[in-house]
Design a protein around this ligand. Structure first.
Ligand SMILES: Nc1ncnc2c1ncn2[C@@H]1O[C@H](COP(=O)(O)OP(=O)(O)OP(=O)(O)O)[C@@H](O)[C@H]1O
Length: 281
C-alpha cells in the first residue's frame, strides 16, 4: 500500500491545547514475592497535550511500559496520580486505547471479526460493528484481507489489524508500547507513515514507547528520555520541531534530524551504557 501522507499542519501544538494526560509525581514500586521492594520509577511528572505525539525512550527495563500501564489505569502508582483531561484517574482509563507489542488477535476469528469485536463487546450491534470494521480494514490498507485468519497474515498486516482494532473505538488517547518492535526496518517505516496519516486525521494524544530513537524523532512532537532504572526518572524532554507532514523514512535524511538525533543520543547513550554495566556486574 502506498504510504499515507499526513495533511499539512504546523509542527508545534498551540499552547492552548488541553492537557490529555498528566502524570503528577507518579512513583512505582513493586513488591517482589511479598518481601523485597523494587523502586522501578522515581516520582515522575510530565504532560501530553491533546493532539500531541510524544515518544518515551529509555534503556531496557527503565519503566516505559510501567508508565504506560499506569496511564492506562492497569497499574496503580505507589505515589502520585494521573489526570486524564483534567480528571483524576481511578480505575481503567476509558478514554485510551492500548496497542501492545504482542498481537492480541484471536486466532479463531477472521481479521474483520477481530476488528468488529472491539465494538461488539461494548454493545454495538453486529451488523453495525462489521460495517465499521470493514471501513477500518480499508483505512489500514487491508480491504482485501478481511476474511484472513491471524496465521494467514504477515507481521506487518497483523499490526495493521491491531491498529484498526484499537482505533475503531475512537479513543482520545492512544497508548502504544513498542508496537512495531518485531517488524523489519522497512515495514516499521511503512507502519510509521500509516500511523502518522491516521493520527493526523483526528489528532489523538499519543504516548508511544520505543527503544528506537530514530523512530521516536521521525514520528513525534516531543521525545521524553528516561534514565536507567531502578528509580528511573525523566531526564530529558526534547521538542521535535521538524515540519509536518513528514515521511517517516525521508525525514531521516534531513540535516535537522541528524542534529536532533545527536543531541538526544548524547543524553541517552550514557543511560544505555549504565544499564549494560549493571547487567554485567
Ligand atoms: N510486576 C512486576 N514485579 C516486579 N518488577 C517489575 C514488574 N513489572 C516490571 N518490573 C520491573 O520494573 C522495571 C521497569 O519495567 P518495564 O517493563 O516498565 O521497563 P521497560 O522500560 O518497558 O523495558 P523494555 O524496554 O525492556 O520493555 C524493570 O526493572 C522490571 O523488571
Amino acid at each position: 500500500m502506498a504510504a499515507r501522507r499526513e495533511p499539512s499542519r504546523p509542527s508545534a501544538e498551540p499552547e492552548s491545547a488541553a492537557t490529555a494526560v498528566r502524570l503528577d509525581g507518579v512513583k512505582v514500586s513493586f513488591v517482589i514475592r511479598g518481601a523485597a521492594v523494587f523502586d522501578a520509577v522515581a516520582p515522575t511528572s510530565f504532560e501530553v497535550r491533546e493532539g500531541e505525539f510524544v515518544s518515551i525512550v529509555g534503556p531496557t527495563g527503565c519503566g516505559k511500559s510501567t508508565l504506560l500501564n499506569v496511564t492506562a489505569g492497569l497499574l496503580k502508582p505507589s505515589a502520585g496520580h494521573v489526570e486524564i483531561f483534567g480528571e483524576r484517574l481511578a480505575g481503567l482509563n476509558r478514554k485510551s486505547g492500548y496497542l501492545f507489542q504482542q498481537d492480541a488477535l484471536m486466532p479463531w476469528k477472521t481479521a474483520l471479526d477481530n476488528v468488529a469485536i472491539a465494538l461488539e463487546v461494548h454493545g454495538t450491534p453486529r451488523k453495525e460493528a462489521l460495517e465499521a470494521a470493514r471501513g477500518w480494514m480499508g483505512r489500514v490498507g487491508l480491504a482485501r484481507f478481511c476474511e484472513r485468519y491471524a496465521h494467514e497474515l504477515s507481521g506487518g498486516q497483523r499490526k495493521r489489524v491491531g491498529l484498526a482494532q484499537v482505533l475503531i473505538r475512537r479513543p482520545r488517547i492512544l497508548l502504544m508500547d513498542e508496537p512495531f518492535g518485531p517488524l523489519d526496518a522497512q515495514t516499521r517505516q511503512i507502519m510509521g507513515n500509516l500511523l502518522l496519516g491516521l493520527w493526523a486525521e483526528d489528532r489523538k494524544a499519543v504516548m508511544f514507547v520505543t527503544h528506537d530513537l530514530e523512530e521516536a524523532i521521525a514520528l513525534s512532537d516531543r521525545v521524553v528520555i528516561m534514565s536507567a532504572g531502578p528509580d528511573a526518572r525523566v531526564i530529558g524532554d526534547h521538542p521535535i520541531d521538524l515540519a509536518r507532514p513528514r515521511d517517516a523514512a525521508e525525514i531521516r535524511l534531513d540535516p535537522k534530524f541528524h542534529a536532533l538525533h545527536k543531541r538526544i543520543w548524547d543524553q541517552l547513550r550514557e543511560e544505555v551504557a549504565k544499564t549494560y554495566e549493571e547487567g554485567a556486574r
